[in-house]
Design a protein around this ligand. Structure first.
Ligand SMILES: Cc1cc2nc3c(=O)[nH]c(=O)nc-3n(C[C@H](O)[C@H](O)[C@H](O)COP(=O)(O)OP(=O)(O)OC[C@H]3O[C@@H](n4cnc5c(N)ncnc54)[C@H](O)[C@@H]3O)c2cc1C
Length: 222
């Protein structure tokens, strides 16, 4: 199934023939949500590809069947990314990720798909094609249909094309784990340990360069 017109025609046929449709991306998460009983599948996976990508504008538009992996590879070539890291499969589709408002840990900093999507094309259950939002970062006007569709789980329409806000990758990435390990029971309290020595020193330098706060309490792991 490729192209808005083809999808719209399929939906109109389904209306005429009283056939219910299950929208399917890659199909990795069809068991999630309330059970769906439908007569036929409307599969979007083949309707994939990047439609427009302007690295300097920090926007990218892709068909809904494009996979998270494919988009990451395209953007990665310019040290860019979209801040979406949902649990599941890298071959999951953008349409499903947005339709289910799926997100991962990056949402704590960058927000959910509602904060990453600038606009989209949707084929409604009537067969009408609508365009919501836009392809630029500043485009808020009127009733926000884009956000309405995000998280609607395909109950209002088939998302066919999506424009995302793109971000530059951080020039440097570090991870820090801050673990607490018990002292011998007789002490009755716990000892904090920073497990990345390089970060430990960098943090200390940044936040307490004179080394006056609780000196010695942070220990490198044995
Ligand atoms: C093991 C596993 C664990 C996961 N855990 C989490 C989690 O913890 N948190 C989280 O947020 N997400 C989670 N997800 C969800 C997952 O990250 C996304 O939803 C994923 O992108 C699904 O992609 P898909 O193409 O396989 O979707 P599909 O399984 O094909 O579809 C998922 C749903 O989206 C609908 N849909 C698909 N495409 C469209 C479209 N174009 N327009 C409208 N509706 C559409 C389908 O009808 C279906 O209801 C998990 C997924 C898996 C496989």
């Amino acid at each position: 199934m490729r192209g808005d017109d083809v999808i719209a025609a399929a939906i109109r046929d389904a209306i005429t023939n009283h056939v219910t449709l299950r929208i399917v991306g890659c199909g990795t998460w069809l068991d999630a949500g309330a059970p769906v009983t439908a007569d036929a599948y409307l599969t979007l996976k083949e309707d994939s590809g990047i439609i427009a990508y302007v690295p300097d504008d920090l926007t990218v538009t892709a068909r809904a069947g494009t996979t998270l992996r494919e988009l990451a590879e395209t953007l990665g070539a310019n040290d860019q990314w979209i801040a979406l890291d949902p649990e599941g499969d890298d071959d999951a589709t953008l349409g499903a990720t947005v339709a289910t408002c799926s997100y991962g840990p990056a949402a704590a900093l960058f927000g959910t798909p509602r904060d990453q999507v600038l606009g989209m094309t949707v084929v409604l259950g009537t067969g009408d094609v609508i365009h919501a939002g836009g392809r630029v970062v500043k485009n808020v006007a009127g009733f926000d249909l884009t956000r309405l569709m995000i998280g609607a789980w395909g109950t209002l329409g088939v998302i066919t094309e999506i424009t995302f806000r793109v971000r530059s990758r951080a020039m440097r990435k570090d991870s820090m784990a801050h673990m607490r390990r018990p002292f011998p029971a007789s002490y009755g309290f716990r000892e904090p340990i920073i497990v990345n020595p390089r970060l430990s020193a960098a943090l200390k330098q940044r936040f307490d360069p004179a080394g006056i706060l609780n000196p010695g309490i942070m220990r490198e792991p044995q």
